[in-house]
Design a binder for this molecule. Sequence first.
Ligand code: AMP
Length: 392
Amino acid sequence: MTVLVINSGSSSIKYQLVNPESGESLCTGLVERIGEEIGHYEHKYNGKVTEATEPIADHGVGLRKVLEFFDTVGPHLAESDIKAVGHRVVQGGKYFDRAALVDDAVQARIKQLCPLAPLHNPANLRGIEVARELLPDVPHVVVFDTAFFQQLPDEAATYALNREIAEKYEIRRYGAHGTSHKFVSETVTKILGRTDLKQIVLHLGNGASASAVVNGRAVDTSMGLTPLEGLVMGTRTGDIDPAVVFHLQREAKMDCESVDRLFNKESGLKGLAGDNDMRMVWKKVDDGERNAIEAIEVYVHRLVHYIGAYTAVMGGLDVVTFTAGAGENDSRLRARVLDRLAPFGVKYDAEKNAVRAKEAREISTADSAVKVYVVPTNEELAIARQAMELIQ
Ligand code: AMP
């Protein structure tokens, strides 16, 4: 059995055909630069990459071509025992605390939530619309990035903002990367064979977020109304005094769109060190670049700050887990963070930390006060599994 997982962005569609039982990924692909002069397709199956470069007018054109690839190059969907299509949706607002079967009402809700995720939900919705049209005979399931954090305790989800305004405009902390935080924390729970755990998950990719999870339930997370809040990211500021916005408006005469762009696209590691890719930042550190050295210090400081805060919020800490691009691959970054936790009895094995692997692994020593894991995240598999659970 398989699930086709679709992640539809404003100008791209990523897809993967996944076996939700074995976890095997049978085929992956990418449609890029939709709506631009020249678009690009990449379809990977059986070790072979099929590409095409041509204009892609809209998501419908893109997805139709993808289905052609499945027909001509394989794997044939008709023979893949496809049970569902799983769609990633960024914002589920206060309405969705779990995956949902798509019908017109669910689609209308996702549309209604567009003001809360103006960059993402419209694009997610476009993918759902065209996929339902082109694959009408399979159930479509939406999996929300916010769902895992829908049950955050009120004190963690509520901003100290005027109540009337907050309620009217549905302003609260929704979190993001929830599919990954859920998948990774559940993986650790399975590995350790116990549910009574106080966990911190550090999802450190281009976007980055931390979560605190007690007995399987998220009790805090670093992203807020939008994915802008929290950790230092590839191009996002993370936490910043909101008065910086007023200051820039008054002094630099910047408008809302310019500040939005500055905070979301031109800040973070890119703004501090000139590059959003951690590998490049380290290269600059090795070349002695002061800005890059400082960027790493700010990045690590913010992480340590959250780890401390979440330990206090949870009243203790059993496990810290690193995941996503930098979390999974950057042993140097992990070492920097873990060295700062040494006064609290956190000990890691430098050799184990240096190992690069696709498997989940423990890197703490047997006598460490807190267990430390590296767990590769797999949002596609998580979406496929949630879709299967729902339709079963
Ligand atoms: P993701 O958003 O999870 O795909 O992560 C992408 C980011 O992970 C990149 O922008 C890099 O900053 C980081 N990354 C990926 N591989 C490595 C690596 N080997 N060392 C350090 N950072 C890495």
